[in-house]
Design a protein around this ligand. Structure first.
Ligand code: NCD
Length: 345
């Protein structure tokens, strides 16, 4: 049994580590259905949420998760931090570390910021709550948990991940700028699913289907072979899909003009009910939020029976409880040989 020191990405997780986090998260769902939604697991532990980029769902969800585990939770946003006075991220983090938190949850606009802090802070566990265009591991985990809850049969055992393997997942939209897409690609491939990336060539370049491009020098790398494809036609990408994951257009990260206009983009790539009914009538739909209705998803789909968007938010709490718990209890169900090969990567 090894130790989960930080959660910085999905890319460096093994399938067993991913499975363990999901199995633990599944067992935490029940806590939020109790009348008294609290367990003493993290009593005496301190979690600091340092969110230096806007967030509604993720920040609230980490706060609720920490509180339901009885941790002391402190929230710091950009406007209320000394970052506005010019302090560097590292100085802010070192100041916070001096107060001995157990976990620092970081959202930041720069890719790699979570790993940077994890390496320099040393003792404090760091959770990546979204770093630039890089990764958003807890979002990918909550998507997996949502699908598991949806696809699991009543008689399946509680740790049987078969219902969320061998599925076809279409990820539609601004893949190029999306940290949600990157984490989801790794997670879905690790589970044994087929992943289709769908969108215009400017937002979904053909090289994204090449395992070397996404730097699959990781456990997900082997899983990627033959399982990852790029589609520039929405109808083609949706054909027979079990899951359609819509992405928000990341306008704040686009330094160039990647689409002629949002109106034109939505004409070709907005996920609407008519196309779903025709090409993947049994599919379910995910969106990480916040949504741009009418741009990447129609209201009919977002509010309709295939939508699992509200379930995603609910399961986000259970996933974050599992992550905080794993970091504090030091649980990581891997054997030493896996861990050593993982360290070498
Ligand atoms: C995502 C994010 O911030 O990356 N949102 C979220 O965490 N729920 C997706 C997005 O902003 O598009």
């Amino acid at each position: 049994m090894g130790l989960l020191k930080h959660l910085l990405d999905i890319k460096s997780l093994t399938r067993d580590e991913l499975a363990t986090l999901l199995i633990n998260a599944r067992s935490f769902i029940e806590v939020s259905t109790r009348e008294i939604k609290k367990v003493p697991a993290l009593r005496g532990k301190t979690v600091i949420n340092l969110f230096l980029e806007p967030s509604t769902r993720t920040r609230t969800s980490f706060e609720i998760a920490g509180k339901r585990l009885s941790a002391d939770v402190i929230n710091i946003s950009e406007g209320s931090s000394s970052v506005v006075k010019g302090e560097t991220l590292l100085d802010t983090a070192r100041t916070l570390q001096s107060m001995k938190p157990d976990i620092l949850v970081l959202r930041h606009k720069e890719s790699g910021s979570a790993r940077f802090l994890a390496e320099l802070l040393g003792t404090t566990a760091v959770v990546n709550a979204g770093d630039g265009m890089h990764e958003h591991p807890t979002q990918a985990l909550l998507d997996c948990l949502t699908l598991w809850e949806r696809f699991a049969g009543e008689n399946d055992s509680a740790d049987d991940l078969t219902p969320i393997s061998k599925r076809t997942i279409a990820i539609v939209g601004d893949v190029r700028h999306s940290r949600v897409a990157r984490s989801s690609i790794y997670a879905q491939l690790l589970l044994g699913n087929t992943v289709r990336l769908v969108g215009p060539p400017t937002l979904v370049p053909a090289e994204f289907a090449d395992p070397r491009f996404l730097q699959f020098d990781s456990p997900a790398g082997e899983a990627a072979v033959g399982k990852l494809s790029v589609h520039h036609s929405l109808a083609e990408g949706l054909e027979g899909a079990d899951v359609v994951m819509c992405l928000r257009m990341q306008l704040e990260r686009q330094s160039d003009h990647f689409i002629p206009s949002l109106t034109e983009y939505s004409r070709f790539f907005c996920v609407g009910e008519r196309l779903l009914a025709k090409h993947c009538p049994d599919c379910v739909v995910l969106h990480p939020g916040p949504m741009n209705r009418g741009t990447e998803i129609s209201s009919e789909v977002a509010d309709g029976p295939r939508s699992l968007i509200a379930n995603q938010v609910t399961h986000g709490v259970a996933v974050r409880m599992a992550v905080l718990f794993a970091l504090c209890s030091g649980e990581r169900h891997v054997d030493r040989s896996q861990e050593e090969s993982h360290d070498r990567n």
